[in-house]
Design a protein around this ligand. Structure first.
Ligand SMILES: NC(=O)c1ccc[n+]([C@@H]2O[C@H](COP(=O)([O-])OP(=O)(O)OC[C@H]3O[C@@H](n4cnc5c(N)ncnc54)[C@H](O)[C@@H]3O)[C@@H](O)[C@H]2O)c1
Length: 367
């Protein structure tokens, strides 16, 4: 039950494969696309303990010489220090342009390993092997890589397309339920962008998805990849259309900043509450969103995601949120650009020239 897509990019594009058991086939799949020389697998300790042996065995059987570079799990590994360490390990292991770097893990590993691959020897070949829902349905597609600095999240990075994405859905079986739900927030965001038919599919399939039904996992993630790829292919370098993917994120990033990026609030949970606030804003901006907003809240709740600030344990006031929003990296020319849903598949961009509008909005919400 493997699905295959081709994602277009400036450098010619890359295939994405999605299905159960792909890690065991990784060596054979890669050997069919490149001469099996060296493969450096970059992973975090948690994922490596679960899946490194299987991936290494598959690569070794196909003739690759395997090197493993393991970093601690968590956002803290997306740092300059860790990036330097990874790049130097790649150099010490003498990886060159014919070799491959394999990012085995969630979005954190993908971002760190992707950036290291893009910088080392001015670009080593990169394979994404995502193991979280967020990474399979979202972050491994589109070529964005980044690390964090004290100035903010993901502010140092590159857009660097992989040669292949290998998403083994069997790995989702070991993902903690809270992480699965957090990834599902991005899946829901894609459905809000795509329209009613996509959203209705999620409403009908959520139970089967969380029960781990393979067919539903493949269909749900396939739909997400198609939405993301469709947008990224039109605007790889985020000049305009790619900003749509920021739906729920301008508020969400402010919530994450208010929670000081600690583990009390996962990115996907911030996105869930951010999606709700984007609908609240649409209502404040004069649109009738009652029906779709109600359906959104019901689906988020069913997936175990927060729909309010209290639900996400965020105590920040409107003024604090506004200050964080002004520092968001997506702000251009001093304007806060909100992506606002009038309904499913009906999205508009609102440029906030006067921050007072947001002050009034937060006041209307009593925050
Ligand atoms: N590049 C992009 O386009 C993009 C898009 C969205 C998010 N991101 C980035 O992605 C990161 C978040 O990614 P994430 O949510 O995947 O988090 P993550 O990579 O930190 O993984 C979450 C946790 O799950 C564990 N884990 C991963 N796979 C597992 C598995 N199969 N079984 C058990 N445990 C597993 C990890 O060790 C970690 O503790 C953030 O750094 C964010 O900035 C990047």
């Amino acid at each position: 039950m493997t699905a295959e897509f081709h994602i277009k990019s400036r450098t010619g594009g890359y295939p994405a494969l999605l299905g159960p058991g792909l890690l065991d086939q990784a060596g054979a799949i890669l050997a069919g696309r490149t001469i099996p020389l060296k493969a450096a697998v970059i992973s975090d300790q948690t994922v490596a303990a679960l899946y490194l042996e299987r991936l290494s065995a598959s690569l070794t059987n196909a003739g690759f010489e395997v090197h493993a570079i393991i970093v601690p799990p968590g956002e803290k590994s997306k740092s300059f220090a860790r990036l330097e360490e990874v790049c130097r390990e790649l150099l010490k292991n003498r990886l060159d342009k014919e070799d491959v770097v394999i990012a085995l893990g969630g979005g954190m590993v993908g971002d760190l390993a992707g950036l290291a691959a893009s910088l080392t020897r001015r670009g080593l070949r990169l394979v994404m092997a995502p193991t979280t829902l967020l990474a399979q349905a979202d972050s491994s597609i589109g070529g964005k890589t980044a690390i964090n600095t004290p100035e903010g999240k993901n502010l140092v990075g590159a857009i660097y397309a992989p040669m292949l994405v290998l998403a083994d859905i069997s790995t989702l079986a070991t993902l903690p339920r809270r992480e699965l739900s957090a990834g599902y927030a991005e899946v829901i965001k894609h459905a809000v962008l795509a329209g009613d038919e996509h959203f209705s599919y999620l409403e009908k399939s959520t139970d089967a998805f969380f029960a781990g039904d393979e067919k539903t996992l493949v269909e749900t993630i396939t739909r997400s990849i198609k939405v993301k790829a469709g947008i990224v292919e039109c605007d790889e370098f985020e000049r305009d259309r790619r900003l749509l993917l920021n739906l729920g994120h301008t508020f969400g990033h402010a919530f994450e900043a208010a929670a000081a990026y600690d583990e009390t609030l996962l990115h996907g949970e911030a996105v869930a509450a951010g999606l709700c606030m984007a609908f609240e804003f649409a209502s404040f901006d004069g649109h009738d969103v009652i029906r779709d907003f109600g359906r959104l809240r019901a689906l988020l709740e069913k997936a175990g995601l927060p729909i309010t600030l209290e639900g996400a344990s965020i105590k920040a006031k409107g003024q604090d949120l506004l200050a964080f929003m002004r520092h968001d990296k997506k702000i251009r020319g001093g304007l806060i650009r909100l992506i606002v849903p009038r309904g499913f598949g009906d999205i508009y961009t609102k440029e906030i020239t006067d921050p007072e509008i947001l002050e009034q909005f937060f006041q209307a919400l009593n925050i």
